[in-house]
Structures are given as structure tokens and as C-alpha cells.
Design a protein around this ligand. Structure first.
Ligand code: ANZ
Length: 967
């Protein structure tokens, strides 16, 4: 939509400029002030935070604050106004604390490895570093324009060689570590070798350590290292020369891009053993101040479930083993299901159907084995996801029965595609009374449904209308062999059942996780090379730390090597393999010069973001990734403030909820390894997390569904119109969604800063609503924030003369109360990240001062207002502060302090109702008794007039609130 409000953009309109008083706060003036103060802050190093030790050392107070933003990937498109929402909020928070005397670490770096720069390089030959650096420059210009108070000395980019040196160093620490389950932590691999040598730990295979060859020792250690090689099954596409993610492969097994054949192939890949940390990653969530939603997402992702593996006897003489999370429901298991691919299916299939077989169970086939073949063929092309999400349950009976170990019932065995082959044991006991999928299946196939968990208010023997998955106690769950779990709640019933099964050898308690090890290699160019070489026997060797960093080689062509599309035997050859001089090296790894081949994979994009905040702490340290003294100061545990179990970590981390799982899980994992190995004192990277909402925007499509430029659309009488290339006006349709290039509805911070000033943009973004809520962008509303700043400006500066307008008048009582209430309120709002309500309170105070003092407001009220505005509108506040005669800038305070004496109200106004209608008001002392309030109300002349001498039937006094007179 076009914005025609020229009067609101005084700086951009010639005619308006002539009428504008010379000292009005316009976009032009704001721009001038902003640039001047940014230069001044830079010169003074206003946002430099000293460290306790090292090159950035200085005097450090005990009060410190480390505020962190999820650092951006510098894409070619630059920022739109949605991106800086979180950046501005952290800046407001940081500035507020800095003014209150905290040592505040706030900076911002770039997560700059990644695919777009590489793809651009493939197309154009431009080195990804060139593209990345240009994008970073553009981002920096945009960020700086917003006046974010970053310590620029601490800025890092993950693509800086000095930075990825330490990413490689961390990789080596993890590679050279194993998990000692006895101690519950990771240790250096040498301690494991020591145990093997001394015999304290048995060597797998039984032979003494000393007699194993170097290659055999190497192979043993690989099974313990936290980084290891695995033969992962991947989607290999020779035609594209790359491995594809499942989503990039079509249903008929071809690449989405290019339509080449895709082969499932085992490929040697680096894996990180994050699963050894599953319990700690789960349990330590309790120590973190994070949104519950994110904790729940992490818990679900790790997916720990206590359950049991239970054996069901079959006529084969071999048992079917099932995995269940609900062993307490075993009495309700009325049938079994095997995954169609389960290896016992063929052996279990009966020769023919039982005489009375239900026709729904046979799939219309003449024999069970015909039914199985037909069923397998029918489901062959379905993905796991389709199989699980399909509500129309299908399957066939094998003609065979198994024995339920707790009640001896013979229960039918089926195959069905809702049971997956890769999960648990690939076989289940079906409990239709309490599992929704089983209920759907049992209903479709006419199978027995039994209740074994009580449901509040429902008779335990009434038929079930749907599966009941809620809590309750066990019912109908006892047998003749002395097992009786009736009346026990779920967890107790589970333990009891597991004990019984274990005693009879019919099952075993288990803990299962959904979390899988982390596939840590990509066949790309623009990532961190691995500090690993292979000798002539193909044995991997970690490089010594002295050989770091391993720098990326220059290439003339960044595309992966492609092959004959049908050549299934081809092997991926990443771009780095083309740099022959780099790949083939002669090195002395302690046993003389030998020939080696470098690893040609690169690390995944998650690597740099898994630890970057530690480098902000000590960005120029060339001996260590981060000196421990500095780490302890900025992120070490502070039990005296946060309680005895405080894990430490960044004081506030702000970013989008889309990173709730992977980034945050990987970063926690790396941090815990570094902690175990003694490199950091904190055991968690981010003590407090906050997810900001999204800025959303209207977008418009024409009748074909194609997006048109949102800023060219005009609204008339509730409809929307746009002129196409031929100049014809066409109707377009409004929709609402994320802001972005693809929806053609981006607004850049640059254009808002140009038209109103950066402070206006900051105030607008912060006042749109609570920080965690998503909000619609409306350029036409930005002017509201601008007008607030203009009013505040006018309290200090005369628009025509430029002279100060403040007076030395004393404050009246009402203004004192309003002022101190505002100070107390704003203080609390800033501290609680409620920037929107802080802003609202400042607007109220500004309005009060404007109205109450038309000829100039007292300095003693205006100065605290200016100080309080500083976190939100720092440039304007600095300018006003200096015009008010202060020489030192206000970046380091002071921040006003509320005077308690003015916070208590000493009188209260009561509305007085007569028969429920407000008829008047009285003001009484705040400590007046009920009787005194009642007397004051009845004596009031207006009220007395209404009562006209009658005696009220009742007078109700609600203390502090109101009086109601019933006549
Ligand atoms: C009996 C039962 C009763 C189950 C009940 C659930 C509820 P999660 O939590 O996702 O791990 N299951 C086990 N293996 C399966 C497979 N290969 N394919 C599909 N489903 C499988 O779920 C574990 C539960 O999912 C197991 O517990 C099993 O059903 C099912 F009231 O056993 B349950």
C-alpha cells in the first residue's frame, strides 16, 4: 500500500520542509543525530566490555550480563524489518543494564558457512568468501544504522580462519574423547588406553591390548570415541554427484532436482555420539530458564521412554519379542502385529486359514502366504511417514496365534504397515483399549477391545468408545499365578509388571530414545575441513593441534564431481577432492615423514553455531578457544544468584523458536563435552532462553496466485488493486503471513530509518506488542512512534529557536507521583523484557508533562524521562541529555531510581453507586475505615441530593474500590 502521509515525513517533502520549524525532530534531524552519536560511541568505545584477563582485560565489576542474539546467516537479500526485532530487544535490555552499572557483553557475529554462497559459486565461479564478505558488509551497514550497542571488538564470523581453527580444535577434543559411564562423563581417550593397558578394563575380543596391531587398536577405540565413522545408509545420486536428504527424493526413487536415479548406498560418514548424552541433555533441561514449549520439544526429540521388551510364545517354538512403553497394559493385549518386513513373518505364516477365519482378516487371499505377498506388494512404495499417519488401518492375519504371557490367551498375529521395521523390535502387542492406532485397527478388523486402565467416572466394564490414553489405575489386570496390579497407577503398575516378567524370564525393562547419533559430514566446499588424514592403509589419524587450522584450498570449480547417472557403484567425490595438491600431503605425525590423504568432507553448518558464544568471550585469544578465567566470569555458574544447581551459561539468549531443537541440542552437547574435558566451568551454554515472535505482513496475489509488490497495492472500499506492467489496474487479493522476498512484502529497516530515523523504528518495533507475540507490520503506524519522539523532543528543545525549554520550577505533588510511578514501572518492565509496556509508560509521562506544563516542563521531571527513554531511543536521548548540559554520555547511566515516598497513594477516590448506577465520587484518606468511607459517601452533597432524606436499606463498601448505596 502506498503511504501518502507526507506531513509525517517532513524531511522528505520540499513544501513541507519550508513550513517546518528549523529545530523540529524530523527524519533529517534524526538521521543527523544518529550518525553523529554512532560515531561518538565508536570513538569512545562506549560498548566495550572489559574481561578479567587477556587482551581485553580491564576493571570488571561483579555485576555482569551476557546478552546473546542467535547470530544471522548473511544472505544476499539483506535484512527486512522482521529480522532486527530480537536484535533491538536485546539491545534495549543490554542498554538498560549497562545504565544500571552492569558490565554488559553484547555483540553480534555471523554464521557464514552455508549453501547459498556455494551455489552462487558453482554458477558464477565467484569464491564463496567474496560473496560472504560482501553480504557481511551489507548486514553490518544495516545493523549499525540501528544503533545497536555492540562490542565490535568481539565480532566473529564462523568462516574466519581464526574462528574455524577453534571449531576444528573442538572437533579434535571430541574425537579424542570417550564416555566413561562409570564416572558419567567424557574423558580423554588416553585414559581408556590406560585402562586397556593395565587390564583395569577388558579389551573387547579378549586379547591383551599390547598384542593388538595398531590397526586393531584403532578399530577398538573407534567404538568408544565420541566421533566415529559409520556406514550410514544414504541416498546417493550419481547424476548430481551428491547425497540427498529423504525430502529431496521423489516417491519413485529419483532426484527431485534433475530427475536422476537415486540409489540407497552405504557410505562411510562421520558421526557424533550425542546419544551418550541423551540422559544428561534431558535431565538438565530442569536447570534451565527456557520456555516450556522448547523444553517439551527437546524432550520429545530425545524421546526417552521407559518400557519393556516382552516375549510372546508361538507354535514355532521361537518367541516374538515386542517393545512396549506400556507393559502395565499387558492384560489388554488382544492381538499382535509384526512389521511386514519382520524376519519372523515367513516362518510364522500358516499353511491355510483356520476354518472360522473372519473374512476381513484374509485380504481376500486363498492362503495366508498369498495374503502376505499381496499385502507387501501393496505397501512397498509408502514412506514411513505415510504408513504411520494413515488412519485407514490395513493389514492381514498370518493364520497363527501367539500366547499372551500374563493370561495365557491365544491371540491372533497380523502384519500391518502401521508397525515400522526400524523401531523397537519391529513387533508390537496391540492394546486397542488404550492405544489409538490399535483401536482403529481393532475396530476395522473386529478384534476384542478390553479396558485395563480406569477412566474417571466410567464403569471399568463398560465398552470403550475410543482408546483411553489418559492416566488411571490398572483394572482387569490379575492372573491365577499371583500377579495382581489392579489399583496401581501407571508408573507403579509398570514397575510391578516388569519385575514379574523379569522373574519369569518373559521380559526385560528397557529405556529407549528417539535421539540418533549426529551425522556430521557434508560433501560440500563451503564448510570447515576436518583435521583428519588417512594413511596408506586407510586408517584415520587426527592431526596434532599444532597443525591447525586446516585451511580450505582454493578451487577453480566448486561443483561436486558427477557420474554416469546410472552408475550405482560410483562413490561421492566432494569438491575438495579436486584440490589434489591439498588432498595429498606428506606429514610427520610423530613417526617420520609419510604420505597421507586429507579427509575431503566438510563439517555441517551446525558446527560453528554450536560454540560461537564462547568465542565472543575471548575473540582474540590465540592460545586457547577462551581463557577459563574469562569464561568463568561471563558464563560460569553463579549459585549465589541462581541457586545451588545453576549450570551457568549466557544470561539471556534471544532467537526464533525454529531453532528449538537442532541448534540448541547440538550446542548443549558440545558444551557438555567441553565441560567434561575441563575446558569450561559452565555445564550449559544458555541459562535463559527467550523466543521472540515474528513480524508478519500482508501479501497480495493476482488472480493467477502470483505475488505482486505489496507496496504498489492500493486499497479502495475494502478491495485491493494493483497496476500491472501494461498499466492496467487489476484486482489483487490480500493474505497474511511471514515477511520475505518470496512474498514480495519485505520492508527494509533502511527505508524506515531513512523516512523516520532509526530511533522511530526501534520504538515502533518495541511497542507493537509483547516480545514473544507475532505481530503485523504496518508502515502507516510507524508515524505514531515518530510523534512520541517529537513530543519528547519538544519538552527539551524549542522547535523555532533551538533553545532549551526546561524550567527550574519545583514539581507539584501530582507530577511527582506520576514520575516516580513511571520510574518504578519502567524499571520493572525493562528488567522483564516488556519493552512495549515500558514504552507505553514513557508515552504517558511525556503526555502528562506536555499537557501540564505548556510553557516548559521542570528539568527535574524531564531529565529522568530522557534517561528512561535511552534504552529504546538511544540517539535521541543522548542528544537531549547533552543539550541539557551533561558532558558525559548516558550509555553508562545513571538510570533514575524511584523514590518510595511517592509510590504510596495517600488518598483514594471512590465511585459511589446508587442502586448500581455511579452517581458521584468522594476522595478519602487511603487509611480511612469502612465507617469513615460510608460516612463520607452519604455526606457528599450530590449523593445526599439523590437520597433525598430516605434511609438506605444497605451501604456496601468495597475497600479501595467503590461504595454501593441500596435504596
Ligand atoms: C502397547 C501399548 C499400549 C503401547 C498402550 C502404547 C500404548 P513411543 O512412545 O513412540 O516409543 N510400537 C512399538 N514398536 C513399534 C513399531 N515398530 N512401529 C509402530 N509402533 C510401535 O511408542 C512406543 C509404543 O509404540 C509401544 O508401546 C508400541 O505400542 C508402539 F496403551 O505397546 B505400545
Amino acid at each position: 500500500m502506498s503511504d501518502t502521509g507526507t506531513d509525517t515525513r517532513a524531511g522528505t517533502n520540499e513544501a513541507a520542509r519550508d513550513l517546518t520549524p528549523p529545530f523540529r525532530y524530523t527524519a533529517e534531524l534524526a538521521g543527523e543525530i544518529e550518525r553523529r552519536w554512532q560515531a561518538r560511541w565508536n570513538e569512545l568505545g562506549s560498548f566495550h566490555a572489559p574481561n578479567p584477563a587477556g587482551p581485553l582485560a580491564g576493571e570488571v565489576p561483579d555485576d555482569k550480563l551476557f546478552v546473546l542474539d542467535m547470530f544471522p546467516y548473511p544472505s544476499g537479500a539483506g535484512l527486512h524489518v522482521g529480522h532486527p526485532l530480537g536484535f533491538i530487544a536485546t539491545d534495549v535490555y543490554a542498554r538498560y543494564h549497562r545504565m544500571r552499572g552492569h558490565n554488559v557483553l553484547h555483540t553480534m557475529g555471523f554464521d557464514s558457512f552455508g549453501l547459498p554462497a556455494e551455489q552462487y559459486a558453482v554458477q558464477t565461479g565467484t569464491h564463496p568468501r567474496t560473496t560472504t564478505e560482501a553480504n557481511i558488509e551489507r548486514y553490518l551497514a544495516q545493523i549499525r544504522r540501528l544503533g545497536l550497542g555492540h562490542d565490535e571488538r568481539r565480532r566473529v564470523a564462523t568462516t574466519d580462519t581464526e574462528f574455524y581453527h577453534w571449531t576444528q580444535w573442538i572437533f579434535l577434543q571430541i574425537y579424542n574423547a570417550w564416555y566413561d559411564h562409570d564416572l558419567g562423563r567424557a574423558r580423554h581417550i588416553d585414559t581408556l588406553i590406560g585402562q586397556f593397558e593395565s587390564g583395569a578394563r577388558a579389551v573387547p575380543g579378549g586379547r591383551p591390548w599390547a598384542v593388538l596391531t595398531a590397526a586393531e587398536q584403532h578399530a577398538v577405540l573407534e567404538d568408544y570415541r565420541l566421533v566415529y565413522h559409520s556406514n550410514a545408509l544414504v541416498n546417493w545420486c550419481p547424476g548430481l554427484g551428491t547425497v540427498l536428504a529423504n525430502e529431496e527424493v521423489t516417491a519413485d526413487g529419483r532426484s527431485e532436482r534433475g530427475n536422476f536415479p537415486v540409489f540407497r548406498k552405504h557410505l562411510q560418514q562421520w558421526m557424533m555420539r550425542i546419544t551418550t548424552y541423551a540422559d544428561r541433555l534431558l535431565d538438565d533441561l530442569d536447570l534451565l530458564d527456557w520456555p516450556d514449549k522448547v523444553k517439551t520439544m527437546q524432550r520429545n526429540w530425545i524421546g526417552r521412554s521407559r518400557g519393556a521388551n516382552v516375549e510372546f510364545a508361538t507354535p514355532l517354538g521361537r518367541d516374538i519379542e515386542v517393545f512396549t512403553t506400556r507393559p502395565d497394559t499387558l492384560f489388554g493385549a488382544t492381538y499382535m502385529v509384526l512389521a511386514p518386513e519382520h524376519d519372523m513373518v515367513d516362518a510364522l505364516v500358516a499353511d491355510r486359514w483356520p476354518d472360522d477365519v473372519d473374512s476381513r482378516w484374509t485380504g481376500g487371499a486363498r492362503t495366508p502366504s498369498a495374503a502376505v505377498s499381496a499385502y507387501r506388494a501393496a505397501i512397498a512404495s509408502k514412506s514411513d511417514l505415510e504408513r504411520q499417519e494413515n488412519r485407514d488401518k490395513t493389514g492381514v492375519f498370518l493364520g497363527t496365534y501367539a500366547t499372551n504371557p500374563v493370561n495365557g490367551h491365544e491371540i491372533p498375529v497380523f502384519i500391518a504397515d502401521y508397525v515400522l521395521t526400524g523401531y523397537g523390535t519391529g513387533a508390537i502387542m496391540a492394546v486397542p483399549g488404550h492405544d489409538e492406532r490399535d483401536f482403529e485397527f481393532a475396530t476395522a478388523f473386529g478384534l476384542e477391545i478390553v479396558r485395563v486402565v480406569s477412566q474417571p467416572g466410567v464403569d471399568p466394564n463398560a465398552p470403550l468408545e475410543a482408546a483411553y490414553a489418559g492416566d488411571g489405575v490398572a483394572v482387569n489386570s490379575a492372573n491365577a499365578e499371583g500377579l495382581d496390579i489392579n489399583g496401581l497407577a501407571v508408573e507403579a503398575a509398570k514397575s510391578h509388571m516388569i519385575a514379574w516378567l523379569e522373574q519369569r524370564g518373559r521380559g526385560k525393562g528397557t529405556v529407549q530414545y528417539k535421539l540418533r547419533d549426529w551425522l556430521f559430514a557434508r560433501q560440500r566446499y563451503w564448510g570447515e575441513p576436518f583435521p583428519i588424514v588417512y594413511d596408506e592403509d586407510g586408517v584415520a589419524h587426527a592431526l596434532p593441534e599444532s597443525m591447525l587450522p586446516v585451511e580450505l584450498p582454493a578451487l577453480s570449480d566448486y561443483a561436486p564431481v558427477t557420474f554416469d547417472p546410472d552408475d550405482a557403484s560410483s562413490e561421492p567425490s566432494p569438491p575438495l577432492a579436486k584440490a589434489a595438491d591439498w588432498v595429498n600431503v606428506e606429514l610427520d605425525l610423530g613417526d617420520g615423514l609419510k604420505k597421507y590423504r586429507r579427509d575431503t568432507n566438510v563439517m555441517p553448518q551446525w558446527a560453528g553455531s554450536s560454540w560461537y558464544q564462547l568465542r565472543y568471550i575471548d575473540p582474540t585469544n590465540s592460545d586457547e578457544l577462551c581463557a577459563k578465567e574469562n569464561e568463568a566470569y561471563w558464563v560460569g555458574p553463579r549459585p549465589e544468584i541462581h541457586g545451588p544447581r545453576d549450570p551457568g551459561g549466557v544470561d539471556l539468549y534471544v532467537g526464533g523458536v525454529e531453532h528449538a531443537v537442532l541448534h540448541l541440542l547440538y550446542a548443549r552437547f558440545w558444551h557438555k563435552v567441553l565441560h567434561d574435558l575441563g575446558h569450561v566451568t559452565s555445564s550449559e551454554p544458555y541459562r535463559r532462553l527467550f523466543n521472540q515472535g515474528y513480524i508478519q505482513a500482508f501479501a497480495y496475489t493476482d488472480s493467477r496466485g502470483v505475488y505482486v509488490a505489496a507496496d504498489e497495492v492500493e486499497e479502495r472500499e475494502g478491495a485491493f488493486f494493483w497496476r500491472n506492467v501494461d498499466g492496467d489496474e487489476v484486482e489483487v487479493y490480500q493474505e497474511y503471513g511471514k515477511m520475505g522476498k518470496s512474498l514480495k512484502n519485505s520492508v527494509t529497516p533502511d527505508e524506515i530509518a531513512e523516512n523516520y530515523g532509526a530511533d522511530t523504528l526501534r520504538v515502533y518495533e518495541m511497542s507493537m506488542g509483547p516480545l514473544d507475540a507475532s505481530r503485523p507490520w504496518a508502515t502507516k503506524d510507524v508515524v505514531g512512534a515518530h510523534r512520541f519522539l517529537q513530543r519528547a523532543w519538544r519538552l527539551v528543545v524549542d522547535e523555532s529557536s533551538g533553545q532549551l525549554r526546561v524550567t527550574s520550577e519545583d514539581l507539584d505533588e501530582r507530577t511527582l507521583r506520576i514520575l516516580h510511578k513511571t520510574i518504578a514501572g519502567v524499571d520493572e518492565e525493562y528488567a522483564s523484557l516488556r519493552m512495549n509496556t515500558a514504552g507505553a509508560k514513557l508515552i504517558e509521562l511525556t503526555n502528562h508533562l506536555t499537557k501540564a506544563f505548556p510553557n516548559g516542563a521542570p528539568r527535574t521531571a524531564v531529565e529522568p524521562l530522557v534517561l528512561m527513554m535511552a534504552p529504546l531511543a538511544p540517539h535521541t536521548a543522548e542528544e537531549l541529555w547533552s543539550r541539557l548540559g551533561h558532558e558525559s554520555p548516558l550509555a553508562h547511566g545513571p538510570f533514575p531510581i524511584a523514590d518510595e515516598n511517592w509510590l504510596t497513594e495517600d488518598s483514594v477516590e471512590y465511585p459511589i453507586q446508587i442502586n448500581g448506577k455511579v452517581r458521584g465520587r468522594v476522595t478519602v484518606p487511603a487509611d480511612a475505615s469502612r465507617e469513615q468511607v460510608e460516612a463520607a459517601a452519604l455526606e457528599d452533597s450530590k449523593i445526599a441530593g439523590f437520597i433525598e432524606g430516605r434511609t438506605p436499606r444497605k451501604v456496601i463498601v468495597v475497600p479501595g474500590k467503590m461504595v454501593n448505596v441500596v435504596l
